[in-house]
Design a protein around this ligand. Sequence first.
Ligand SMILES: Nc1ncnc2c1ncn2[C@@H]1O[C@H](COP(=O)(O)OP(=O)(O)OP(=O)(O)O)[C@@H](O)[C@H]1O
Ligand SMILES: [Mg+2]
Length: 646
Amino acid sequence: MNIIELKNIHKYFGQDGNRVHVLKGINLCIEKGDFVAIIGQSGSGKSTMMNIIGCLDVPTSGSYKINGVEVGKMSKDQLAELRCKTFGFIFQRYNLLNNLKASENAALPAVYLGLNAEDRNKRAVELLKQLELGNKLGNKPNELSGGQQQRVSIARALMNGGEIILADEPTGALDSKSGEMVMEIIKKLHRQGHTIILVTHDGKIAAQASRIIEIKDGEIVADERKASDFYEVKDAVKPVKRSRIDMMKYSFLESLKMSLHAILANKMRSLLTMLGIIIGIASVVSVVALGNASQAKIMAQINSMGTNTIDIMPGTGFGDMRSGRVKTLKVSDSNYLARQGFVDNSTPSVSASGTLVYGNYSLTAQLRGVGAQYFEVKGRDIAQGRVFSEREVDNMASVVVIDDNTLNEIFADNPNPIGEIIMFNKKPLKIIGVTEKDSNPGPMSETMNIWTPYTTAMYKINGSSDINSITVKVSDAVNSQVAEESIENILTALHGTKDFFMINSDSIKQTVESATNTMKLLIASIAVISLIVGGIGVMNIMLVSVTERTREIGIRMAIGAQQADILLQFLIEAILICLVGGFMGVALSMIIGFCFNTFSEDFGMIFSTASIVLALVCSTAIGIIFGYMPAKNASNLNPIDALASE
Ligand SMILES: Nc1ncnc2c1ncn2[C@@H]1O[C@H](COP(=O)(O)OP(=O)(O)OP(=O)(O)O)[C@@H](O)[C@H]1O
Ligand SMILES: [Mg+2]
């Protein structure tokens, strides 16, 4: 039965003027189990014909059938599958991968077959032992002699079965003794049932074949059968079952391993390539962490204003110069608001600045007249004593709560000032409480603050019924925006005109949040530019890498790698570089953050898991985007062109 049928095969190389006609109508049938030698002078077209038979190259015209199936109609992947399962190549120059051990080189075709690592290795070791290389399993090609390398390549040709062995000058680079050994092996393979096609220009070698075909100037000029020794296929040719999933899995694992090899083989280059990614990722992550930190700090300050509180002040806004003098708010307004359903409580607030006298001390302080709930609303905790009660507010009690600044200033020697009397603007006030240190120090954190009931401040200290502001705490269930509108309506109705303005802690919070988010986005997008630059660096190196490894790509294709396998291999390499760069970038920004947090006391970088995950996703995406083009280039290479490159 004919396993190979060539009909009227023509092959031209080159274009137009340089066009050469290399094969001129080849007609050839080769039977299963035959041992064919092709001889002819240099340049006669032997290798060209061999490459067409091995599906590494395509004829310009003519028909080529394997087992009765037309090869010309097959897709690139089907051709790769043929090379993988049916053919075993033995090249004159061995074509082993230099960075792989003998056993790995021999096992390589089975990766593209979908055999697992253990079975692969077992079979490779078995084959190498049969070829008397049992003691050279771990050697790389440059640690082997030519004859040994050629035997490794024979093992590789047999790895997936090698039903048809194509040997192009297998002894060409060997001394006569090694050459004889290789020929003995080839003859043995013939006896085991392999179909052998051997190219040689050596008549003595050709004489060992069963059939000798002579080719001259691209035409078959002689075809002589010397023996009809067809052997039955023995267990040497064992087609291996594979599933698509297995194939992808092992190809993926192998690609991962190869990528690691490639990256480690060029450590310095890989590191420099990663640098762009490292800097890009580190700056994005750090910027976001800094943004988070400043946002958190501002938020904490806003929170110290009280949660869900609305401050009502006289005038039209902060810019209103009269605001300090306008006295339109009254205690009755506050009381009226306090009775509204959506209001938890409402306290007027009066301020007075003046001189505080205690013993020998006389200093300027800020006194605020507030309601009993003030401390709760503002979230000020009491360190000693208590706050004043409703009754004390009603009775204009001469009591005062001081803050820790005041305590430190005038009671440095007396840690327990409760019950002491201080004088404010010559009015005696009894200290009943001391507040904790402000946990969210704001711009006014150094000022000395003391608080009395607002009634006391109004009538006993200021001597007028004017108030400076009203602080309303809105019920938690009520939207602060809605509350603000209601208050505006109520007070406008009471006053007949809108002579006040409001500061809503929630809306400030939202404004600050959106402002800092915009800032973060802006700075992060500048940092993203460095990521893109890094990505271009990766693409550049990958293009170089593909060019450097064109021959490797050719070898892989010759032994059965499909386009997707090659694509995957280079894509994984690009992704790996970017991902490792990404991890290093995140680590770098963590180090920056650590240093920053160590040296700055009240301000720490805050790393969010989301930004780190996003950074890593980003670097993977960069690997895919910038690695795709070089990987696609690699996978689109023509097997024979890739193999021919040096
Ligand atoms: N890619 C190519 N582009 C142009 N010409 C080519 C190409 N490949 C081969 N040729 C030409 O085709 C002819 C046949 O080449 P081929 O390699 O088949 O010869 P060969 O019989 O194998 O010779 P040798 O014994 O030296 O290996 C040569 O003249 C060569 O220059
Ligand atoms: Mg040749």
